[in-house]
Design a binder for this molecule. Structure first.
Ligand code: NAD
Length: 296
């Protein structure tokens, strides 16, 4: 028989992820404090209950998809005592590596199993069941979770021990944030020098400047017609989420004494862009900020 699932946090990501588990035949008890999320989850076939503790009572696997690490730790304190012994806790939220390790430790101390399994792929990937999962935890716990992760995602990678899934997520997104800024600076410099965006794209996309930020999420309209730049920078991957992820990367850089000037600077630039009103735009819209700050 399929394991019984509890899903806590039925927002933009968790809602469609849980719906895909129901479609695959899993019995899913859900909880979210927001009434609109409860209504949608009921329509999607979850059994929506009145509290997180009630949701986990009969669960073999508990999946959380929450905004931050403090909420995850507070919720774990509430639900770990309510779950059956040896329940597998899967946290798919994007949180601090240190919080992820603490969450797993608290679960282990309470007699449970735990992995961190953050995702990339956004709301569209959550709806389509094509997320990428990056997992930290033991081989056994990974193996137990894998069939469920395969339902919600297309690519599932076991990265290492507890917290290492979160580490993979923030390292990847640090590369992405830094490379998007680098690509944007190059386009703005090219514009000043009389180099068209298309000509720079034609050269760099076939040369050593090639990267995902250029060829799949090009920050200027034209060269790649499907990118958010061609649609007034509607996300896509919102700058507010890049700000969050780079903030987590910056915490980890400082906590581990890593000399990463570009990663820390990228965190500052995205934080400024987000708090300055750009947070709802795709993260490639950082080029508009760089252009606006560039004097003639
Ligand atoms: P969201 O705010 O839409 O959803 C979070 C949900 O958690 C909300 O519905 C909220 O009511 C609920 N919640 C809060 N406290 C709770 C509790 N104690 N018990 C149960 N539910 C609770 O956020 P989201 O966009 O779904 O993102 C969730 C996580 O996924 C975040 O950590 C985010 O960084 C990460 N993530 C998001 C994206 C994206 O594109 N949105 C992509 C990758 C990763």
């Amino acid at each position: 028989a399929l394991p019984t699932v509890a899903f806590l946090g039925l927002g933009h990501m968790g809602g469609p992820m849980a719906a895909n588990l129901v479609k695959a035949g899993y019995s899913v008890a859900g909880f979210d404090p927001v009434p609109a999320a409860q209504e949608q989850a009921t329509k999607d076939g979850l059994t929506v209950v009145a509290s997180a503790a009630e949701a986990v009572r009969d669960a073999d696997v508990v999946i959380t998809m929450l905004p931050n690490g403090k909420l995850v730790l507070d919720l774990y304190d509430e639900i770990l005592p309510a779950a059956k012994p040896n329940t597998l806790f899967v946290d798919s939220s994007t949180i601090d590596v240190a919080d992820a390790r603490e969450a797993a430790e608290r679960a282990h101390k309470a007699g449970h199993r735990a992995i961190d399994a953050p995702v990339s792929g956004g709301v569209a990937g959550a709806a389509a069941g094509t997320l990428a999962f990056m997992v930290g935890g033991s081989e056994d716990d990974f193996a137990t979770a894998q069939p469920l992760l395969d339902v919600m995602g297309r690519k599932v990678v076991h990265c290492g021990a507890s917290g290492v899934g979160q580490a993979a997520k923030i390292c990847n997104n640090m590369i992405l944030g830094v490379s998007m800024i680098a690509i944007s600076e190059a386009f703005v410099l090219g514009e000043k020098l009389g180099l068209t965006n298309q000509a720079l794209f034609d050269v760099a996309s076939n040369a050593s400047g090639q990267c995902w930020a250029l060829t799949s999420n090009c920050p200027v309209p034209g060269p790649v017609p499907t990118t958010p730049a061609n649609n007034d920078y509607q996300p896509g991957f919102a700058a507010a989420l890049m700000d969050k992820d780079l903030g987590l990367a910056a915490n980890a850089l400082r906590a581990n004494g890593v000399e990463a000037e570009l990663g820390l600077r990228a965190a500052e630039l995205y934080h400024r862009f987000n708090t300055g009103g750009g947070g709802g735009l795709d993260f490639s819209a950082i080029i508009t900020d760089i252009r606006a700050r560039s004097t003639a």
